[in-house]
Design a protein. Structure first.
Lengths: 219, 271
């Protein structure tokens, strides 16, 4: 029932199967590998509102019957480049994964969500979905969402979705028709796109800090 | 609100003229049944009154108590007391209904609504529309059935206490009990002096709500106005009597040039 966390240089065994991080500094490890053993359920939540560049690769390997739910919320409000790559390797049969990446690009930098779900030979009856969504709040923001699927076995479920763009005008009109200003409406939508992931942070202070940081965002 | 004056209003969307030189007067306490064949401009008129940026006002004016309504953004129109119940309210994932209602109520008040009053008001409104108040903690409209969405629109109407209510097919997709409940809510507000413009294709809602006026939109213009008997006549005879009795052409006008396609050309090589 263990999970192995491995960097290029070290391997650690993690007992807690629910990990969540509110990043307050660029992590020292930027190439993480989690190995989820047989019939183990694993949840990883990362919330990043840093005003620093970041390049983080996460590789999750699923053994027989293992499940993984990966959540990422990222706010890029400056000039930085932020790149995340989340790969899920379904190595054995009957594995399950959901990857949800939600981002706001409010500056003039790059926000990129990459990653793949790889269902290997022998990983039949596996089920995977990758979703990525980035809302651009600035004309100068450059964003990219590119999930991919690699399937080498039959009898599997696999899907992915990517959305990139500005605010939905129908939703903005709906909120404004109830009295909210354009700025308040945008703030509510922005808050709402990241809130479900923020609420998954294990530490209450981290949740409150993340909400405060988001609330202070000027739109 | 004392009066709404629409004068020679023309509007379009994506190059299509929808409202054409439409004029209409509404006074406080009116309950207007706004009828018309599909696609002739009923929903567009409501959306234009609420300020939907999808529609472009080409000419004409709308005065709301002598103030130019067309200059106001949707939020300011809401603060003036106008409310529109949407035909298809959008899902707003991530935005918790309770947070949204509170923001909406605060936007209509000089000082933030107290937590106690907020819970009291919303719980009562949930009861009145027959929805479980637990839904307040769910994301706005997400995963709601068609009927729940319509009840949720009426709930917001109760919370915001508007002067002028625009109902866009609020009864579509409702079962008999839900229709009766919503009609009863509308009737109560009507008796309290709220003004209504109601778009519906169903006689049943008008039977229950009892509008005092009827207006029929054909090709973006008010083709016929009358009292409640006009709505009843349309319900029993359809729109065709307008053509027979009043010579109103019901054929849809279309000013936009449309391509009817390009014929394929087969090239035969000369030998």
């Amino acid at each position: 029932m263990d999970i192995k966390l491995q960097d290029k240089t070290e391997t650690r065994i993690i007992k807690d199967t629910r990990q969540s991080y509110f990043l307050t500094e660029v992590p020292a490890l930027h190439n993480l590998r989690y190995e989820v053993s047989e019939n183990t359920e694993f949840e990883l939540t990362i919330v990043d509102f840093l005003s620093d560049p970041i390049d983080l690769s996460i590789d999750v390997v699923l053994k027989k019957g293992a499940k993984a739910n990966i959540y990422l919320a990222s706010l890029n409000s400056g000039h930085n480049n932020k790149v995340y790559k989340i790969d899920i390797d379904h190595e054995e049969e009957n594995t399950y994964s959901r990857t949800t990446m939600s981002g706001i690009n409010a500056g003039d930098g790059l926000l990129r969500f990459l990653g793949s779900s790889y269902i290997k030979n022998g990983a039949h009856k596996s089920d995977t979905r990758q979703e990525g969504k980035i809302t651009n709040l600035s004309d100068k923001a450059h964003s990219e969402v590119s999930p991919s699927l690699l399937i080498k076995d039959n009898d599997v479920k696999a899907s992915h979705g990517a959305a990139l763009g500005a605010y939905d005008p129908k939703v903005l009109f709906y909120l404004m028709s109830r009295g909210l200003t354009l700025s308040e409406s945008k703030k509510l939508i922005t808050f709402g796109s990241l809130l479900p992931i923020i609420n998954r942070l294990g530490d209450e202070k981290n949740r409150e800090d993340a909400k405060k940081a988001l609330g202070e965002l000027s739109l | 609100m004392d009066k709404l004056q629409i004068r020679n209003l023309s509007c379009s969307a994506e190059g299509n003229k929808i409202i054409r030189d439409l004029s209409l007067d509404i006074v406080k306490g009116d309950c207007l049944a706004l009828l018309g064949p599909n696609g002739h401009g009923k929903s567009t008129l409501l959306n234009v009154l609420m300020g939907n940026p999808r529609y472009q006002v080409d000419s004409g004016s709308v005065l709301y108590d002598d103030e130019d309504l067309l200059k106001l953004t949707p939020d300011l129109r809401s603060k003036k007391g106008i409310f529109m119940a949407f035909q298809n309210p959008p899902d707003v994932p991530g935005v918790v209904s309770m947070d949204f209602f509170r923001a909406a109520l605060n936007s209509h008040s000089d000082k933030p609504v107290s937590l106690f009053n907020f819970y009291k008001t919303t719980t009562k409104a949930y009861e009145e529309v027959g929805l479980d108040s637990e839904m307040a903690s769910r994301y706005l409209n997400e995963g709601y059935s068609g009927g729940e969405k319509k009840r949720n629109e009426i709930l917001q109407m109760l919370l915001l206490k508007p002067d002028l209510v625009l109902l866009d097919e609020i009864d579509s997709g409702l079962d008999v009990d839900a229709m009766a409940l919503i009609a009863s809510t509308i009737k109560t507000l009507k008796e309290q002096g709220t003004t209504f413009i109601i778009v519906s294709h169903y006689e049943k809602l008008f039977e229950l709500v009892e509008p005092n006026r009827t207006a029929v939109i054909v090709n973006g213009r008010i083709a016929k106005e009358g009292d409640s008997s006009l709505a009843k006549k349309i319900a029993s005879q359809g729109y065709s009597f307008l053509e027979k009795e009043f010579g109103i052409n019901l054929t849809k006008e279309n000013d936009k040039q449309q391509s009817i396609g390009v014929c394929a050309a087969k090239q035969v090589e000369k030998k």
